[in-house]
Design a protein around this ligand. Sequence first.
Ligand SMILES: [Zn+2]
Ligand SMILES: [Zn+2]
Length: 415
Amino acid sequence: MKFCIHRGSDQIGGSCVELEHGGERILVDLGLPLDQEFDTADLPPIEGSERSNSKILAVLLSHSHRDHWGLLPKLPLPIDVYLGRKALSMMTAARPFVPGGYVPERAVTYQDRVPFNVGPFEVTPYLADHSGFDAYSLLIRAGGKTILYSGDIRSHGRKAALFQKFLADAPAPVDVLLMEGSSLGRLPRERRFETETDIEQRLVEVLSATEGMLVVACSVQNIDRVVSVYRAAKRSGRQLLVDAYGAEILKATDTASIPKPSGDWDDVKVYIPQFQRRLLVRNGIAHLVDSYKGRRIFPEKLSGQASKSVMIVRPWMLTDLQEVGALEGARAVWSQWEGYLTSEPGVAFTEKCKALDIPLETIHTSGHADIHALQQYAAAVNPVRLVPIHTFFPSQFSELFANVELSPDGNWVEI
Ligand SMILES: [Zn+2]
Ligand SMILES: [Zn+2]
């Protein structure tokens, strides 16, 4: 077996790895680089990818973040795309709500620790703790050799037990570990990230000082964070409000322990901003609101519910909330990467808060492993070779991990 990192050896985002054995090939992830727009981004130079009859058997996706699948729509169809069942469900739910939403035409779903075969490749997914829901490390065997692709991982989320489970029973032997290193260069070696439980506690503290509504700007696809927000709301005697996009994403998790506006979750309600009402009609999905019956908070009632609510918002929603008079005594929390605050729509959010005299603070923790956790992961796998991916600092790996070997984009490595 041999492999080539087409993209990701020295950048975060746009990850794409090709594996070849006996003339048969698969791709692992095909992401959109973070600094590129879909329309102008090029596929990495994968031989034959411009032809629909190429010998690429399939694409395996580690998870549903766009920096791991975003260039898929540029591959000539048809091709089988393997991904987690719940990841597919979330991509399907998100499609009508987000620009560039996409669902693979020929999706094949896999499950945690259930091996499957694609041509000569045997693949075993390992469900991982990550800010993206239903994310996996992928173990791939062919010709008596083994590659482990870490995907995006962490150890401080709400699924930390999955990380410990992996450490306790890591696959062996592994010839090559392709391991992410998002945190290298971003934080000192010994610093640990806050846990989601820490985030929940900080939200509780903010809530104790909030008279009106607490608006939290986070991605509803960051399910761990939504759970932290929900738990903080509940501990503060408040209900959680989401828009229709949030409602559909939470329902799509299809997981009993995750709050959603259905079933017995009486303290999760739906507020549909004016702009979204028009979007639902335009996209032919206005019928979705029928399923929120009895759980809707209508605009004229929102201000009366504000002091008993925490709402997950996207920046554009503030104007709508202001118009219905729901921001009296409100506070705001930015609960995603702070870097987004300096670009649109983060700037607009900050300015709007300032104009409305709404106190704003950032409460967030990374979706990626800190260095200590990466060292635990690498030590547990103990690979013959550890190759950096999904990092801006591959050259720092050799100071932190054993058996490191760099492989630049486009370089083929025989195992
Ligand atoms: Zn990523
Ligand atoms: Zn990710």
